[in-house]
Design a protein around this ligand. Sequence first.
Ligand code: NAP
Length: 289
Amino acid sequence: MSSSSSPSVLLNTGVQMPLLGLGTYKLVGPEDVYQAVDAALAAGYRSFDSAAVYRNEADLGRVLKELLPKHGLTREDVFITSKLGPKDQGEGAMEGALRSLAQLDLGYIDLYLIHWPGTQGRVVTDQRNPGNRAESWAALEKLHAQGKLKAIGVSNYTPAHMRELIQSCKIPPALLQVEFHPRLCQTELRKVCEEYEVCFQAYSSLGKGELVTDPVVLEVSKNCERTPAQVLLRWAVQQGVPVLPKSSNPDRIKDNARLFDFTLSDTDMDRLSALDCEHKYCWDPSEVV
Ligand code: NAP
């Protein structure tokens, strides 16, 4: 990726990934995608997180082709993530990943993740899950070798799934994307990622919007004269954790990007981290064998 002012983290592939990306879950339809991506590019976002299951890969690809020149940018200036649908886990993985590449139609995907450790339509305890994960990973490794997926990684993996992958893979995962916010600090997963040099990335940093009214978040927000959303996002990036706030509102998209011109005090960081109660707003992979 070409240099940009957007703060970034170094992946184990040697590539820089922006610390801030726009989440796109529930961002659907050409007009809504256009409005959000336009606002995001103007506000300095250079990373966009999509997935086959979000059903917005085609719109995101089309909109980027239209908007990049308007913002004086090229394909190389942006970092695009997408994910393999859980229905394609296993023998459908190669076809699923090729479908994502075709839908986005941007030449290559910067980061492609296995979205979920299980397989859609199978119970979480299905003994074929580990084999399916291995088959998906092998498909991603092939496409990585061909340069179509510049980096590959996983999402919603538990420490056990991570160890299984690290022990069997040819190419190690570049990144793990999981739910992470003050109520879910993911201490064990972060240690595993550190041990194996896997970038740890947060999703649902705002608790799907619910955390912006947490009393401690509101108090910290008042103290530092920043919005609750900025406090939640800053709490993550100050620990070096990349974030993917989602909004379809241009004002909030702009507001959520103002993270790199202030610092939370150690006391405020600790107060926020003390909210950890292993609360999940999203899906829970802990039962997937
Ligand atoms: P989130 O970013 O924690 O929260 C999004 C919600 O917060 C939306 O309802 C949004 O509403 C609201 N919001 C945004 N900015 C706000 C602000 N400044 N003040 C108040 N409310 C605000 O939730 P998320 O969408 O679950 O997670 C973010 C992204 O992570 C997703 O879009 C997706 O890309 C990724 N993700 C990945 C997985 C996975 O399994 N890998 C799972 C979940 C999420 P408006 O749109 O109306 O502003």
